[in-house]
Design a protein around this ligand. Structure first.
Ligand code: URA
Length: 200
């Protein structure tokens, strides 16, 4: 059994908080074990809870468009959430629920060893950028132990506020440039045409 499969089994039987009681399915996350980029959302919504897969509703459709913008497919990246069961009525996850679930995210990161971790929205941002305002730090990153931590708005924000769609697109376009820099292969001028960089 692969490490990720084992983790998914552990998520399915997790009772460390009460979210499993009201959820239909666990939503552990998905993506290849060698993904170079991990996106971390907040928690499953109604659609995700029904299907057991992350970002399959309206926000997920927008996220897929953002992947396409930089030449990525969903199957190229790892997609996780801060909590693995749906909070009832789509409420925010509680601090206790986030901390009860954080060891799963630690394991997902330890297994996949992504080069870039992209936080989507406030809750995953808080894990790496404590006491920050998303309106100030979206589109920025820091590097620690060889991993880049990059903050973005949650894709659902674009569904409610049209002006944020542009911000999210602009932030997304920075990812190929960052990944290219990380790979540190001598190339002509990587910043000249970021969307055409070969990433994988
Ligand atoms: N919003 C999230 O944060 N995660 C999902 O999986 C779906 C919507």
């Amino acid at each position: 059994m692969s490490d990720l499969t084992e983790l998914y089994r552990d998520v399915a039987v997790c009772r460390r908080c009460d979210l499993y009681k009201t959820a239909t399915n666990p939503v552990p996350g998905e993506g290849p074990e060698n993904a170079q980029i991990m996106f971390i959302g907040e928690g499953p919504g109604w659609n995700e809870d029904q299907l057991g897969r992350p970002f399959v509703g309206a926000a997920g459709k927008f996220l897929d468009q953002m992947f396409a913008l930089i030449g990525l497919r969903r199957s190229d990246v790892y997609i996780a959430n801060v909590v693995k069961h749906r909070p009832p009525n789509n409420r925010d996850p509680l601090p206790d629920e986030i901390s009860a679930c954080s060891h799963f995210l630690d394991r997902q990161i330890a297994i996949t060893k992504p080069k870039i971790i992209v936080t989507l929205g406030r809750h995953s941002m808080a894990r790496y950028f404590p006491n920050s305002a998303i309106s100030k730090i979206h589109g920025t990153y820091f590097k620690k132990d060889g991993v880049v931590y990059f903050a973005m708005y949650h894709p659902a924000a674009a569904l409610h506020q049209a002006n944020l769609k542009y911000e999210i697109e602009q932030d997304m376009l920075k990812l190929p440039v960052i990944l290219n820099e990380l790979q540190a292969v001598p190339k002509p001028d990587p910043v000249e045409n970021p969307t055409q960089l070969k990433m994988f």
